[in-house]
Design a protein around this ligand. Structure first.
Ligand SMILES: *Cc1c(COP(=O)(O)O)cnc(C)c1O
Length: 361
């Protein structure tokens, strides 16, 4: 049994080269006689792993010196609480609701202060990104929050919202390192790594230094303070050490591929193959407004639930895994992250064409 084309939304496909390297180093990491899993996080060898990972990420994203890079635990969902606990000085924040992950973050923030939903695309099942050029940003908002790429619905912010000078906080879990970003436009960029970077269990937080203060909400646990992790270079306690090691290998893989400019070009080519077919097919349709389409997550439907189910079943038998759409959208979703090769998307489209021909009278 060989490897399948894995279109999972997350945990998701990783570069084969990285998995092979990790396998080779499994029993004896670079002459240490042990696996990275068995190694002290205070050891010389591990210090080099985490420091190199940070250095490579800084290089890939061109992260300015006045931003900290933190490797934390608890997934993206833990940040839903950590962000208000650390940033809500006035106890006011504005949220743009473009899907379930943004909504969950918004609901969590309500525990800690006044969270305002200043825009939403719930009226059309989150199939578009609302116009964010002139929103009613609260005068005393501590930050404006977005989920930049909506994993479930397949939408992406192509222009960042006009925050009218307020700090922008973005969940980039499902578009992390898929294209270049201007880090200076954000106060906080964060994401769970299991979509586009590595194994579940690591969340990366890139945060502007002036936002890291002692002044957190009363009752904030030590482990949920950005400052403690920043002061200890992500080694306050035992970090998700093996996961960070794999992330580091993916950063090196991305550098070998030519960095984020090259990734963007490759991702655009890949997504175009699928979107072009969806636009010409009589059977399959995309569900997202064209200008808001994600390069990473591509939902589509036939308009007939039975036919959708038949497609997912036959695709699986043909080696295309995890194409079933999220339960709230139905239909199908192909997640085509960085590590999905172009051949995988070409093979999927060829399969869809064949399925359409066989099921059209
Ligand atoms: C998957 C996902 C999450 C949740 O991540 P966890 O690590 O499971 O908490 C949050 N936001 C986005 C955009 C996601 O895709």
């Amino acid at each position: 049994m060989g490897r399948v084309y894995n279109f999972s939304a997350g945990p998701a496909v990783l570069p084969e080269e990285v998995l092979k390297e990790a396998a080779e180093e499994m029993l004896d990491y670079k002459g240490t006689g042990m696996s990275v899993m068995e190694m002290s996080h205070r050891s010389k060898a591990y210090e080099e792993i985490i420091q190199t990972a940070e250095k490579d990420l800084r290089e890939l994203m061109n992260i300015p010196d006045n931003y900290k890079v933190l490797f934390l635990q608890g997934g993206a969902s833990q940040q839903f609480a950590m962000i208000p606990m650390n940033l809500m000085k006035n106890k006011v924040a504005d949220y743009i609701i473009t899907g379930q992950w943004a909504k969950k973050a918004y609901q969590e923030a309500q525990i800690y202060g006044k969270a305002n939903a200043i825009a939403s695309s719930a009226d059309k099942t989150f199939s578009y990104i609302p116009d964010c050029s002139d929103l009613p940003i609260s005068e005393d908002a501590d930050y404006v929050y977005i989920c930049e790429n909506n994993t479930i619905y397949g939408t992406k912010f192509k222009t960042l919202p006009n925050t009218k000078g307020k700090t922008l906080v973005a969940d980039v879990s499902s578009c992390f390192l898929s294209e270049p970003v201007d880090v200076t436009k954000y106060g906080v960029i964060y994401g769970g790594v299991q979509k586009n970077i590595g194994p579940a269990g690591v969340v990366i937080v890139i945060i502007r230094e002036d936002l890291i203060t002692e002044d957190t909400l009363p009752g904030t646990p030590t482990m949920l303070k950005y400052k403690i992790h920043a002061d200890n270079a992500s080694l306050y306690n035992t970090p998700p050490a093996y996961g960070i090691y794999i992330c580091g290998k993916v950063f090196q893989w991305l550098k070998r591929k030519g960095g984020l400019e090259a990734m963007k070009k490759y991702n655009e080519e890949k997504a175009k193959i699928l979107y072009d077919f969806l636009d010409e097919s009589k059977m399959f349709q995309g569900t997202v407004r064209k200008e808001d389409r994600s390069l990473m997550n591509v939902p589509f439907v036939t308009g007939n639930e039975e036919l959708d189910a038949k497609f997912v079943k036959e695709a699986k038998a043909a080696g295309f895994e995890n194409l079933k759409g999220h339960r709230t959208v139905g239909g199908m979703r192909a997640s085509i992250y960085n590590a999905m090769p172009k051949e995988g998307v070409e093979a999927l489209v060829a399969f869809m064409k064949k399925f359409e021909a066989e099921n059209t009278k």
